[in-house]
Design a protein around this ligand. Structure first.
Ligand code: OSB
Ligand code: MG
Length: 373
């Protein structure tokens, strides 16, 4: 359905995490998140910029996304007639990178299109293969192994279908040995966020004995060839996260046999149009995918739920309940997970949850409304 964006509202919120989240590149206590609200004909669509507070996961960070959207993306999309949200990404394709900033706006346009049509977001993007999505959790590096074991127990008891733990040098083989001893049967995986080098291959091969579902992104964020060499030395499947920013890179990685599984993150690939292309490339090569997370608020979480309804999302993702991260979420009804580890995909228009405007205002640290000059 054609639409013309009349206004873009950027809003930065600050939300403390219930518990710190530590990866191989650092510890986060509180999130700084940019929300994008696009308006056409009195209807609003919402998207979330998934960049972190620092340029450590990739090169983007919250404070840099604001001027990028305001000064480079907004002027290209305001007042332009789009036949579909599928065209929005193309309007800023001349910008190198900055996919999370651009993706936040692109996702908002899909939500807008869905609301203009009066259909759920999952339908607008061509999903709907799953009515419920299978949930896993991502558990950060803890201060002690006991603390980690306690957290895993909590999540297993809550019904989550697979447990991912962050790993890093000094928090890897012996930690996973303890986890396996205590939980011999659970679906378990490790995520290194690029903490290792190919020369560490023997250490990573030592993880083969623990029957992990996969090791996520062991090597550098932009390294395909070394991942291929490493995969040839491991029994455990490699899952690529940081490396895959486009369908083209997915195709190359698959052809190189750099991994056997792909984690798709909406922001990392610049929104739904490219996420669907990555999904399709993977499907055509029989590579399963799952939906990654970036500690999103309810708005980004809802976008991930819609994405996860595409048919090749066959492994439990990192989409979990709001309460694991937030005391209060920005949506009136938080994202909830059933005792058997499923989220029921909402059927309401757009992303299917309602934004809580009062709460949102109370955590907003800056906002800016951009219209065509
Ligand atoms: O690599 O998947 C990752 C969080 C921040 C940055 C990178 C990653 C993560 C997670 C969290 O693992 C997943 C979630 O949102 O639950
Ligand atoms: Mg990851």
């Amino acid at each position: 359905m054609a639409f013309v964006i009349e206004q873009i509202k950027l809003r930065q919120i600050e939300m403390p995490l219930v518990h710190f989240f530590q990866t191989s590149f650092g510890r986060t206590y509180s999130r700084k998140i940019i929300l994008v609200e696009v308006t056409a004909g009195g209807v609003s669509g919402w998207g979330e910029v998934t960049a972190g507070e620092n340029p450590f996961y990739n090169e983007e960070w919250t404070d840099a996304c604001w001027p990028l959207l305001r000064d480079y993306v907004a002027p290209r999309v305001l007042g332009h007639e789009f036949a579909s949200a599928a065209e929005v990404g193309d309007r800023s394709a001349h910008i190198r990178g900055h996919l999370m900033a651009r993706g936040g706006l692109e996702v908002a346009c899909w939500d807008l299109e869905a609301r203009l049509k009066g259909i759920p977001l999952y339908q607008a993007i061509g999903g709907g293969a799953h009515k419920q999505i299978a949930c896993g959790v991502s558990i950060g590096i803890q201060d002690s192994v006991d603390q980690l074991l306690g957290k895993i127990e909590t999540e297993v008891n809550a019904g989550y279908r697979r447990i991912k733990i962050k790993i890093a040098p000094g928090w890897d083989v012996e930690v996973i040995r303890e986890v396996r001893k205590r939980f011999p049967k659970i679906l378990l995986m490790g995520d290194a966020n690029s903490a290792y080098r190919l020369s560490d291959w023997q250490l990573l091969a030592a993880l083969d004995e623990f029957d992990l579902m996969m090791i996520e992104q062991p090597l550098a964020h932009d390294e395909i060839i070394d991942h291929a060499e490493l995969q040839a030395k491991l029994k455990t499947p490699i899952c690529l996260d940081e490396c895959i920013r486009s369908a083209h890179q997915a195709e190359q990685a698959i052809r190189m046999q750099a991994g056997r599984i792909i984690n798709i993150k909406l922001g990392r690939v610049g929104g739904y149009a490219e996420a669907k292309r990555v999904h399709d490339v993977a499907l055509s090569h029989n590579i399963p995918v799952w939906c990654g997370g970036m500690l999103e608020s309810g708005i980004g979480r809802a976008a991930n739920i819609a994405l996860s309804t595409l048919p090749n999302f066959v492994l439990p993702g990192d989409v979990s309940a709001s309460k694991r991260y937030w005391k209060q979420d920005v949506i009136t009804k938080p994202v909830e997970v059933s005792s058997d580890g499923l989220i029921t995909v909402p059927e309401g228009p757009g992303f299917g949850f309602e934004v809580d405007p009062k709460f949102l205002d109370s955590i907003t640290v800056r906002q800016e409304t951009i219209v065509k000059p």
